[in-house]
Design a protein around this ligand. Structure first.
Ligand SMILES: Nc1ncnc2c1ncn2[C@@H]1O[C@H](COP(=O)(O)OP(=O)(O)OP(=O)(O)O)[C@@H](O)[C@H]1O
Ligand SMILES: [Mg+2]
Length: 591
């Protein structure tokens, strides 16, 4: 999605418009400090003029006082004081506005993330989402904190100086500005080059990070395959790219200021030369001529400075544009949809039904085709089928991570799209195929969905999930710190913890997506026992990979290619001699 300049301005305005009073004060202070700054050289010039007049008068033996000279110096002092005070107020207000604005953006973005449809998370990278919260917010904050105001005040400076120069002397003003187009062209060339390498640098840093991340998380694979040397070489290549691009970027970026300073000096020489010429030829009076030279020496320097600054800020402003776009992308992504008149689900009285359900993650690839499944209250339905047949997808639909394309999913005859998401998810408990652990203790992990659970409840849930004995065998029991990265628990044990977590919330409908990864036979028997226990009297869906775990189920659905191929109980399906029996023999032989 592309944002035009106008969109970006609107994005920022949306946040900044609450600070109208502050904005007015900021602009007034900018005008004050610019005006004083612009007027100062003029007064300095006058001071020189007065001084020259005084000296000339004294030398020619006339009466003279320094009163006017002192008056001007005093005015100048006041100018500087006021201008500093204005800058101080300015900085203070801007810091507050920028801080509050980015803070609000961050809060808004986080709240939005909490509401985003799962589709968003499935299609974007975690690292990228994180970057939007960190580096993009930082770029936005910098832009608000420094660049926005600098651009404004530099523009004010340029206008003010041009205006003053023309008031003092038109031909000198034209002379001072004569090399501006030339300076501008050089600046643009340099800034473009610098930006090109800055972009390349960002990209190569991204590539390097991705490479390091990949190799660190796959370190075991790197070692087992003996490719440490290749890995080092690969790192060298990416690292070199970063080095070369940063070097070039820095060189071009660093060129700008010295070159502009050089141009400023050339300009100053021209001003002095031409000013002196005007004074000597008598076009302007001697005192006025000297004063004018003093004025223009300063203006010629000050005129090129803001030009350079604005140019140098170009790339940072660009980053703020990109930041706005990336933050906005999140803010406008689809929310999870809930009907305004959604009803509360209070439990399951009769059944859950999938009726003619059709679904695909992508528009051109259908996954589920005209699917009909019913689970009656208190009964268990098992789903088996080859990998990729759409089993986990069914779970995603029942929990409304995604909505069906056509057909409907009904609980007691009510479409789940007419229910509040919260009540639906409170009553539907799912155990994901890849269980995750949150950093924290095992107790914290089990009580995740019910933080106020008592120790007894936590233990009871763990017992039902057949993981209590194992936890007790750990030195610190329920206080053992775990995380998704450390390997205190095996895949199967992690799933048992997830089962305990779900059992604790006592859901009306339980969906269990069995872990596919290899599980040792002991854990497998635990999983089986756990499943048998928790499904008693509970309406459940079991997505099974090990047929052993569902032998006693009286309703087994064989899902192939998003369609129900066979259904019945184990005996019926074996007698049929179809897909299921083949699967069973295969597993039996393999086992
Ligand atoms: N978020 C997604 N976006 C796009 N396609 C997806 C997404 N999730 C799954 N798919 C595709 O949908 C199909 C069904 O996937 P699903 O996860 O439901 O299979 P499964 O039956 O659970 O497989 P397994 O037994 O390996 O767990 C697959 O072809 C998969 O590539
Ligand atoms: Mg699956």
């Amino acid at each position: 999605m592309n944002m035009t300049f106008k969109d970006v301005m609107q994005f920022y305005w949306g946040y900044l418009k609450t600070y109208k009073i502050q904005a007015v004060i900021i602009i007034v202070t900018i005008i004050i400090s610019t005006t004083f700054g612009v007027l100062a050289p003029r007064y300095l010039g006058r001071a020189v003029e007065e001084l020259v007049n005084y000296v000339t008068a004294v030398f020619s033996g006339q009466e003279a006082t320094l009163e006017a000279f002192h008056g001007i110096l005093f005015t100048l002092l006041l100018f500087y004081i006021f201008s500093e005070i204005a800058s101080f107020i300015n900085i203070f207000l801007i810091a507050a506005v920028a801080g509050n604005t980015t803070n609000r953006m961050r809060i808004k973005m986080f709240k939005k993330v909490e509401r985003l449809a799962i589709r968003f998370f499935d299609t974007s990278k975690d690292g990228d989402l994180l970057a939007r919260f960190t580096s993009d917010m930082e770029n936005i904050s910098n832009a608000l904190q420094q660049y926005l105001i600098q651009v404004l005040s530099n523009v004010a400076w340029i206008i003010g100086i041009i205006w003053m120069m023309f008031r003092v002397n038109v031909s000198m003003a034209l002379l001072t500005m004569s090399i501006a187009p030339f300076a501008w062209v050089i600046t643009i060339i340099i800034v473009r080059k610098a930006k090109k390498y800055a972009d390349l640098r960002q990209d190569s840093v991204g590539e390097l990070n991705a490479y390091i991340d990949e190799k660190i998380s796959g370190q075991k694979m790197v070692i087992t395959n003996g490719i440490e040397e290749e890995t080092k070489k690969g790192f060298g290549i990416y690292n070199k790219k970063v080095r070369v691009n940063s070097y070039r970027g820095e060189v071009y970026g660093g060129l700008l200021f010295p070159i502009m300073q050089g141009i400023g000096l050339v300009n100053m020489a021209m001003v002095i030369f031409f000013g002196a010429y005007l004074t000597v030829t008598g076009d302007v009076g001697r005192a006025a001529g000297l004063g004018m030279i003093v004025i223009f020496v300063q203006y010629s320097q000050q005129f090129y400075h803001p030009l350079t600054e604005v140019a140098a800020m170009y790339s940072q402003m660009q980053l703020a544009f990109v930041g706005a776009r990336r933050v906005n992308e999140i803010l406008v992504s689809d929310d999870e949809v809930e009907k305004p008149d959604a009803v509360e689900l209070t439990g399951i009285e009769k059944n859950l039904e999938l009726k003619n359900v059709e679904f695909g993650y992508l528009p051109d690839k259908q996954i589920l085709k005209d699917l009909n499944i019913e689970v009656r209250k208190g009964k268990v339905v098992a789903i088996v089928g080859p990998t990729g047949s759409g089993k986990t997808t069914i779970m995603n639909l029942i929990n409304r991570f995604y909505d069906v394309d056509s057909g409907e999913i009904l609980i007691d005859g009510v479409d789940i799209r007419k229910m509040t998401l919260k009540s639906l998810r409170t009553h539907v408990g799912i155990v994901l195929q890849d269980s995750i652990l949150f950093p924290g203790t095992l107790r914290h992990n089990i009580a995740f969905g019910k933080p106020d659970a008592t120790d007894e409840e936590v233990m009871e849930a763990a017992k039902q999930a057949q993981i209590h004995d194992f936890i007790m065998s750990l030195e610190q029991g329920y206080d053992t710190e775990v995380s998704d990265e450390n390997n205190i628990l095996s895949t199967g044990q992690k799933q048992l913890v997830s089962i305990a977590r779900t059992v604790l919330t006592n859901p009306a409908l339980l969906i269990l997506d069995e872990a596919t990864s290899n599980v040792d036979t002991v854990t497998e028997s635990y999983i089986q026992k756990a499943m048998d226990r928790i499904m008693v009297g509970r309406t459940s869906f079991v997505i099974a990979h090990r047929l052993k775990t569902i032998l006693n189920c009286n309703h087994i659905i064989v899902l192939v290619d998003g369609q129900v191929l066979e259904e019945g109980n184990h005996r019926q399906l074996m007698e049929k001699g179809g897909f299921y029996s083949e699967l069973y023999y295969n597993q039996f032989v393999v086992d």
